[in-house]
Ligand binder design. Structure first.
Ligand code: CO8
Length: 258
């Protein structure tokens, strides 16, 4: 595993774990950290020994957003000509499930990073918000789009227009997170979830993620079509034969991931 400056990377079982590590700035997402996150996530995506990926900031904080010290002096053309932050798109091209394990603040780009993941687990101390309006800008990494899809227009509007935060309980009610656990259990719960997913047949997992994500992009008719074609195609795998045979023989399946 290569050396990183702003993140720590390890493997726990079959789950790749990426921990943001800039505690002094509440894990503010500097350009270097963004590049490292994308590199580490892509490396895990390509590693056949890994079946799921957890992104966390550890027990205290997830991330307080893009690094404001790096943005304060930018001009319009700095942002526009370089298409600043386009690298983030690498995270949304990952095929393996990404789990965000969130404690403390997930603000601005931190909240957007969590929303780029497939599942968000939160500690009961977690706080989510899009405070960019307080800085004279708006969310720029998908907050105005993914938050609406997660919690609906009215709640997303209130958060984006006022910069107000919601706590873990609200985020759970609103459907932004899948579950809330004790803060010190968030990372281990995310890893356990990652290992559970990684223990399934890999082609089914990848197709399940792709099919669910289609729901964000397609009409219902097209989405159902995509799902059905994927369902059909899984009958070409050895794992479908094994999974169904194992059920009927009342034993655990042994996946070949083929
Ligand atoms: N960037 C840089 N430094 C930060 C950031 C940040 N986002 N957040 C916190 N820090 C630093 C503080 O400056 C401070 O540094 P120092 O010790 O040197 O003074 C240190 O972290 C501790 O912060 P506070 O003293 O403020 O600690 P508090 O406990 O009082 O408050 C908060 C913690 C609530 C997290 C507070 O720091 C805060 O509000 N931070 C900013 C949150 C924010 O506005 N985030 C949005 C940033 S913009 C963004 O993410 C846009 C992404 C899309 C861009 C795409 C463009 C195309």
């Amino acid at each position: 595993i290569k050396e990183y400056e702003f993140i720590k990377v390890e493997t726990k079982g079959k789950t790749g774990v990426i921990t943001m590590d800039r505690a002094k700035t509440y894990n503010a997402l500097c350009n270097g950290m963004i590049v490292e996150l994308c590199t580490a996530v892509t490396a895990f995506d390509e590693d056949p020994a890994v079946g799921a990926i957890v992104i966390t900031g550890g027990d205290k904080v997830f991330a307080a957003g893009a690094d404001i010290t790096e943005m304060v002096g930018l001009s319009f053309s700095d942002c526009y000509n370089q298409d600043k932050f386009k690298d983030w798109a690498a995270l949304t091209r990952v095929r393996k499930p990404l789990i965000a394990a969130v404690n403390g603040y997930a603000l601005g780009g931190g909240c957007e990073l969590a929303m780029m993941c497939d599942i968000i687990l939160a500690g009961d101390d977690a706080k989510f918000g899009q405070p960019e309006i307080n800085l004279g800008v708006i969310p720029g990494w998908g907050g105005t789009q993914r938050l609406v899809r997660a919690v609906g227009k009215s709640k997303a509007m209130e958060m984006v227009l006022t910069g107000s935060m919601i706590d873990a309980k609200r985020a759970n009610w609103d459907g932004l997170v899948s579950r809330v656990v004790e803060p010190e259990k968030v990372v281990e719960t995310a890893v356990a979830l990652g290992n559970k997913i990684a223990s399934m047949s890999r082609p089914s997992v990848l197709m399940a993620k792709e099919a669910v994500n289609s729901a964000y992009e397609l009409t219902l008719t097209e989405g159902l079509h995509v799902e059905r074609r994927m369902f059909h195609s899984l009958f070409a795998t050895e794992d479908q034969k094994e999974g169904m045979a194992a059920f009927l023989e009342k034993r655990k399946p042994e996946w070949t991931h083929k």
